[in-house]
Design a protein around this ligand. Structure first.
Ligand code: ADP
Ligand code: MG
Length: 716
């Protein structure tokens, strides 16, 4: 390692500049192996955290093993054999032992164990011994190769058989690296005040304790500190981005006391819910202010987001600007256009061409399906200001689309747009005036996840449903017998004058296959299960006019059962529909099932949702997603379950990439730390917007974030 020239503590950048070949025992071959697993510098090595720690104080001697009692033994491998059983499963058997005795170990379907467990190797085995043929046997235990590591707690590193790296080799290099950090120490960017408030140990100690803990409690402290660092870096970037936008972009001070929004409210057949009033007020405060709004609206299916969105768009219109609503798919854009038009029917705006006159407010739909003369006409009208509200897909942000004066943008996000698209929309503003942006998600995400994924946005939550809803009862029907009950329920509802949806199996790979399967389902139901009822089919490949005609017939009650693909996911609103049957429900994600289910339960009658799955051969395997849907209709609760089941990887992909990934921190397990890190980030950035006084942290952000993030953060 480099002889210290500068005497200060080692920064992450310095550690990242020290090649791994400087460590004892790293020759050309090992260097290549380490590169293969992405470890090039001492920093990479120190950030290769143990996957597990074996606590030898819990160790048990082989002679003390008892049937049925989970235990850890440290043993040497005596012999290993492999055979293939009649059912073609491979069985690897090993005999292992310590000074006190021997025990049999069996691995089913893990053929590679034969190569892993070489004779003479020291291994830690963790498992529950069973009695078998008069002796004790360990079946499929957890195996950790510990080599000749000593110490009470042995770190177990991710090992790579392919790259031929063992956990004890990594442990040895880590130890060497840490020893060489001793003299200078490791720089700590977190101010002592924050450390004390959050209860964090210092970074150098944390690095030592995560790799070589004295006790498991030390290890936990170390993990907490290093996880905090990861979260603090992400939050600092997000908070800097947020503050920078606020500082540098000029927004439109919208007229929120105007007539249009008041007229909209007066025209509604209902009162706003408390949550809608609160959120509308939050949005209007942003709109009236000098900074452009950048806000996330979270609300469960049916919580009344459309109205909130329309009221924001109208605020733009009443000040002489335009509004735009961007949806992720054409179908959704069309549905939004229909519901916005119906909400705004009869609303007029002052017509500058006619001093004393008004003209009807104009809503235009712009998707890639709109072409030719119609498209040209809309583009001209948008550029001249003759269209007040534009609704569309990505088509809205394409080159060549110009607004006369874009004031408010609503993005119906559904996890499908990223930061880049939001930025593209903002840039459609008038000169250097940046339009206000409201991002809506119909699928709530947990608060701490929102803080990270949407950490540069303010958040409003619609946490109250409009009154008069009756709860939806959800049933899981596994196998043909219970499915009969579902079809019987559909017949019963129809006999009572209600209507039903049947959602066809999702086929993600191909819309064509999906349509074919929907047609098949439609025919089968018409001929068999739902014979005699009036059925109609709806799918994404039908021409818009045909879709609209079908939806109209369903709305008017001329169709009893709408057999549809997921095109009905959002926007369809027929209060008389009280039952939904979802086929092959286990192919859908939690969020999608929840969206679909939200199409029923919109009227005064009690509604039902039937989730059908094939009989599971592996009985008792359970189906956590379907079970979650049965257990609750609360979107926020389901979001927590979803995060639990899927992990955060899926959420994080748009937020931060590359080396800034969260390695230790978990948005699920470390909720309290996320909140603390966000608070700390605000404190640091608000006291010192460009981090002039914290060069260590600033340098870490430059080092660990991607070029894009950096351009955003540091260009002045
Ligand atoms: P979301 O977009 O959040 O899923 P919508 O905006 O489609 O929900 O609203 C769902 C239904 O609730 C619509 O039929 C809408 O007319 C109705 N609605 C919205 N706000 C209220 C309210 N305050 N009182 C009664 N009904 C409402
Ligand atoms: Mg504003």
């Amino acid at each position: 390692m480099a002889e210290p020239i500068a005497p200060g503590p080692l920064t992450l950048r310095e550690l990242s500049e020290i090649g791994i070949d400087r460590l004892k025992g790293v020759g050309d071959k090992k260097l290549a192996s380490l590169r293969e697993v992405g470890i090039e510098s001492v920093l990479d090595l120190l950030e290769t955290y143990p996957r597990r720690w074996v606590d030898r104080t819990d160790e048990c001697r082989v002679s003390d093993l008892q049937a049925g009692v989970e235990s850890l033994v440290l043993v040497a491998v005596r012999s290993v054999t492999k055979r293939v059983a009649r059912n073609r499963r491979t069985i690897v058997e090993a005999l292992v032992g310590d000074g006190s005795g021997r025990v049999h170990v069996v691995f089913f379907n893990q053929p590679w164990r034969e190569r892993q467990l070489r004779e003479g190797l020291q291994v830690a085995l963790f498992g529950k011994p069973e009695l078998y043929r008069g002796g004790l046997q360990l079946t499929n235990p957890i195996v950790d190769l510990i080599g000749d590591r000593t110490g009470r707690i042995v770190p177990i590193y991710p090992q790579s058989e392919k790259a031929a790296l063992s956990t004890w080799e990594i442990a040895g290099w880590v130890e060497d690296a840490l020893r060489r950090c001793e003299a200078r120490g490791v720089a700590d960017p977190v101010p002592a005040g924050v450390r004390q408030r959050v209860g964090l140990i210092d970074r150098h100690q944390a690095l030592k304790s995560i790799h070589l803990p004295e006790t498991m409690a030390d290890k936990a402290q170390a993990r907490r500190r290093l996880a905090f660092d990861e979260l603090l870096r992400v939050q600092t970037v997000l908070v800097m981005r947020k503050r920078r936008l606020e500082r540098e972009s000029r927004g439109i001070r919208h007229d929120v006391s105007g007539e249009l929004t008041a007229r909209l409210r007066a025209s509604l057949p209902y009162q706003l819910t408390g949550a809608q009033s609160r959120v509308v007020a939050e949005i209007e405060a942003d709109l009236a202010g000098p900074h452009p709004m950048h806000r996330l609206l979270q609300g469960d299916v049916g919580s009344g987001k459309t109205l909130v969105a329309v009221s924001a768009l109208l605020a733009a219109v009443q000040g002489g600007h335009q509004g735009a609503l961007m949806a992720p798919t054409e179908v959704l854009a069309e549905q939004h256009a229909a519901s916005v038009r119906s909400l705004l029917q009869g609303v007029t705006v002052p017509d500058p061409g006619n001093l004393f006159g008004d003209r009807p407010l104009r809503v235009a739909l712009l998707t890639n399906r709109v072409a030719g003369n119609e498209r040209r006409e809309i583009l001209t009208a948008l550029a001249e200001g003759a269209v007040d509200i534009a609704i569309g897909t990505h088509a809205l942000i394409q080159e060549g689309v110009q607004f006369h004066s874009l004031g408010v943008v609503v993005v119906d996000e559904q996890h499908r747009f990223g930061v880049e698209q939001r930025a593209a929309l903002r840039s459609k503003g008038d000169g250097d005036l940046v339009p206000d942006v409201l991002v809506m998600t119909a699928t709530p995400i947990p608060r701490t996840a929102a803080m990270t994924v949407y950490g540069d946005l303010d958040v409003s939550v619609l946490d109250e449903m409009p009154p008069g809803r009756t709860p939806i009862a959800t049933h899981w029907a596994e196998g043909p017998l219970l499915q009969q009950a579902a079809w019987a329920a559909v017949r019963e509802e129809v006999a009572g004058g209600r209507q039903a949806y049947v959602v066809c199996p999702l086929i993600e790979e191909s819309e064509k296959l999906e349509v074919a399967s929907a047609q098949e389902t439609f025919e089968w139901l018409t001929l068999d299960e739902l014979k005699g009822l009036k059925l109609a089919l709806l799918h994404g490949r039908m021409p818009t006019s045909e879709k609209e005609a079908t939806m109209d017939r369903f709305r008017r009650g001329e169709v009893d059962v709408l057999v549809a693909t997921t095109v009905i996911e959002v926007g369809v609103d027929v209060p008389n529909a009280t039952v939904m049957v979802i086929l092959d429900a286990d192919r859908f994600g939690i969020a999608q099932l929840h969206q679909l289910r939200g199409r029923v339960g919109r009227g005064e009658h009690r509604s039902h949702c039937w989730l059908l799955t094939q009989q599971n051969a592996d009985s008792g395997a359970g189906n956590p997603r379907v079970e979650a849907l049965v257990a609750t209709t609360d979107g926020f609760e389901l979001a927590e379950v979803d995060l639990e089941l899927r992990g955060e990887g899926t959420l994080m992909n748009t937020a931060q990439k590359g080396r800034s990934d969260l390695r230790l921190a978990s948005l699920r397990r470390d909720r309290e730390l996320v909140v603390q890190a966000r608070a700390a980030a605000f404190e640091l950035v608000d006291n010192d917007p460009l981090l002039d006084t914290n060069p260590i942290l600033l340098d870490e952000l430059r080092l660990l974030f991607t070029a894009d993030d950096e351009a955003f953060l540091f260009k002045s």
